[in-house]
Design a binder for this molecule. Sequence first.
Ligand code: SF4
Length: 381
Amino acid sequence: MRTLSLYLHFPFCLGKCTYCDFASYPWSSHHDRNSYLALVCTELSLKVKFFELEGSVLESVYFGGGTPSLLDAPSISSFLLYLQRFFRYSGKVEITVEVNPGTVDQNWIREVARGGVNRIQVGVQSFDQRFLLFAKRACKVEDIYAILELLSTQGFQNWGADLIYGWPFQGFAEWQKEVKELLKFEPCHVSIYELSLHFPSPMAWFAKRHPRSFPSDDEKANWFSWTREWLIQRGYLHYEISNFAKPGFECQHNLRYWRNEEYLGLGVAAWSYLRGERHRNSRHLRNYRFHLENGSLPIEYREALSLPQRLDEEIFLRLRTSEGLDTEILSQRYPVALVKEKIERMEFLLQEGFLQKEGSRYFLSAKGMLVANQVFSEIID
Ligand code: SF4
């Protein structure tokens, strides 16, 4: 029985945040939403046929963005129903929608829950109005409190929130306040991200001109260590580099990515991993639309991974999680000589304190978490 995860990228947002490097477009009208969803449905039927996916069992569905909470509740429910033309839902399917504050109300939450959504991830990012303004977030602090209040008091069980650290002029005490504020609402899941400074975002240009306005790498590493300890003491599991969850509330959709399992991505810029091949859709809405209106797949980039590349991907993904990497399982899947060479590299990192080991399973140590990318680059080619 083939199992699958499905990701739908909804690329519209109320504005453009100054740190954003995602494929997102300003929301102009409800026409955008409906015509976009029609394109996604066309893409779905084309890909199901092309990749022979019919009858697969969906383990998770994730509406990401962009701001998928701009979709109205009936559209989300209809799309979830439409998926049943091609797939079966697993009995424990996880269905997540990312929500931006100020875009939904109590009715929306109730209706999407009725339609099958059983997980919500809120993009809080910060409780500090100064950072929200600097980032040009399209919400006010009051909107954040309103959605968190709703989720924590209306009986929606599985919800989480994202916070960003490393804002310009942010101090440690301010960051601690952000984490403590969020925890008052008792989310089941907390994602902690460092502020992204990728060109050509305005935030990246600001950082280039005013590097001293931002906390240093050492400061950020200390803040992260504090956050980690603080959350662990309060019963959260640090189950992936940026993610913490109460036991049983780990995001199953993301775990499938990190376990290197298959997923189907739909929408602008969405990635898929099917039959050992990764592919990405066009990043441009116009191209994406053009392909689908002409009955062709909107795939812009594809890469069939060789065995050594697949091994590297698996190491990179699995080491991100607290489950870590079991070299016995690797040896069953990949040539022994390839795995042996990776084990030698990991043994070196173990001696240096960047990895830990239990039986045949390696995982990042607290020290390794802080420099995860460097650790990965020591292991993979
Ligand atoms: S809400 Fe998210 S996707 Fe939209 S502009 Fe802001 S950072 Fe980008």
